[in-house]
Design a protein around this ligand. Structure first.
Ligand SMILES: Nc1nc2c(ncn2[C@@H]2O[C@H](COP(=O)(O)OP(=O)(O)OP(=O)(O)O)[C@@H](O)[C@H]2O)c(=O)[nH]1
Length: 425
């Protein structure tokens, strides 16, 4: 990594040198624009800092001249100055300076370098794999080398079929596609195909288009590409666009995971992973309304472990927890996904049986009672008592009322000796 500093003041040369030394730059110091141009012909620099006033040119004139040279057209050039005259500063930007760094605000140079220079100490924080659909092996190889410098390894596909095959077996941080492909295929078809599948809805897609094809670029974006880059591809632009795409996608991933975590915390019981009482209340509201509206059956089981206090007392709370988890697992296996199962508290569980009438619900309750009697979680003989009821079709009922009826049935099951089902209509 080479940097060029064109600075006549030895003091500022020292200050800049000290500031950049931790970044392991190979720095060339010169004190005139002429010497600067000479150095730029001899070496390739990653960026240049130039003072505003030099013996031969101003920093503004230096920028103007540098920008006429093809090699230095896109080179980051920072004018480092004590000047604060806004007109002077805006003419520096107009002349092609990348940024103006005030001498009393030098840390801004570091910030600017972080966003501009993709290599060395300023390497983007990217890793993983990219897929590139490109029918030219030469272009693909050159891109592979560039992506390696960014920290991405690249798989290359010549055709859409090959790309889709690779996507079956690999996870990619980024998908790049050329727009014009061989055999009447286009990158637009590929992008549309990807976006039609839910698993690729969020994957960042970068379209690679030729400079003049504005319509294709628009079509690529309309088809679902997140961004495009035009050929001939400039390294710095490619790095910046990829970095933006991959970082934004990671942020979305992170937020999605966090949202999922918060949702779990709010809706699930932390010990068993079953829904909690609050969530069951919310689901019940919707299911009750739906059942009333369409005259559908709906039933409720209230399940309570018998003499659970003895399990805790004889085997310890820790084993009691394991028993609760094992019973929760059995409930999950026993009921369908659309039946809402919740731990209501302590050793009590509630199941909302979707579109099942009282007879069906009672059968299920009996099966469950037998299953749990045989389960012997942690080698401990356990049983449950179950109260069953259904939503009345004759009159409007709400959850609390139906729950109270099932709970009363459960109480009767306990009173009648436990390990049994009582049905209330
Ligand atoms: N291990 C464990 N025990 C719990 C938890 N929540 C509640 N309990 C225990 O569950 C037991 C419930 O006892 P009781 O309400 O007397 O009921 P029971 O012993 O099951 O008797 P019956 O319901 O009448 O058959 C108490 O000992 C509580 O401490 C929990 O999260 N983990």
């Amino acid at each position: 990594m080479r940097a060029l500093i064109i600075e006549p003041s030895p003091t500022y040369q020292r200050i800049l040198s000290r500031m950049l030394e931790s970044y392991d730059f190979d720095i060339t110091f010169v004190d005139t624009a002429t010497a600067g141009f000479r150095a730029m012909t001899a070496h390739h620099f990653q960026f240049v800092c130039v003072a505003m006033y030099l013996a031969d040119l101003t920093g503004i004139e230096f920028c103007q001249q540098a920008r006429t040279d093809e090699q230095a057209k896109h080179l980051p050039i920072f004018i480092v100055t004590s000047e604060s005259n806004p007109e002077l500063l805006s003419s520096a930007l107009a002349a092609g300076a990348t940024d103006i760094i005030r001498k009393d605000d030098l840390p801004r140079l570091e910030e600017a370098l972080h966003s501009l220079i993709p290599l060395g100490p300023f390497r983007y924080n990217i890793s993983g794999k990219a897929l590139y659909l490109e029918d030219s092996l030469t272009v693909a190889k050159a891109t592979d080398a560039k992506l390696k410098r960014l920290g991405l390894s690249m798989d290359h596909a010549f055709s859409i079929a090959q790309a889709l095959e690779l996507l079956q077996h690999n996870k990619y941080e980024l998908i790049m596609t050329d727009i014009v492909l061989q055999d009447n295929e286009t990158g637009i078809d590929f992008i549309r195909q990807l976006r039609s599948e839910s698993r690729f809805q969020q994957t960042p897609i970068l379209a690679v288009t030729s400079l003049e094809s504005v319509n294709r670029r628009i079509l690529a974006l309309q088809s679902g590409a997140n961004d495009y880059i035009s050929k001939p591809v400039l390294d710095e632009e490619l790095f910046a666009r990829i970095n933006n795409l991959v970082s934004a996608n990671r942020l979305v991933d992170q937020l999605t995971r966090e949202r999922q975590r918060l949702l779990e915390l709010a809706t699930k019981d932390h010990l068993t992973g079953l829904y909690n009482r609050h969530f069951m209340g919310e689901v019940a509201k919707r299911r009750f309304a739906e059942a009333r509206k369409h005259q559908l059956p709906l039933s409720l089981l209230v399940i309570d472990i018998d003499h659970f206090k003895q399990v805790n007392d004889q085997h310890g709370h820790h084993i009691g927890d394991k028993v609760l988890k094992r019973i929760a697992e059995a409930l999950r296996q026993q009921f369908a996904e659309h039946d809402c199962i919740a731990r209501f508290g302590g050793e009590e569980f509630v199941v909302l049986l979707h579109q099942q009438d009282l007879t069906m619900a009672t059968d299920k309750a009996h099966q469950l009672c037998q299953l749990l009697e045989q389960l012997q979680p942690e080698g401990i003989a356990t049983s449950v008592s179950i109260g069953v009821t259904s939503l009345s079709s004759a009159r409007e009922e709400f959850f609390d009322e139906v729950f109270a009826r099932a709970d009363k049935a459960l109480y009767q099951a306990k009173q009648s000796g436990r390990n049994q089902v009582v049905t209330a209509s």
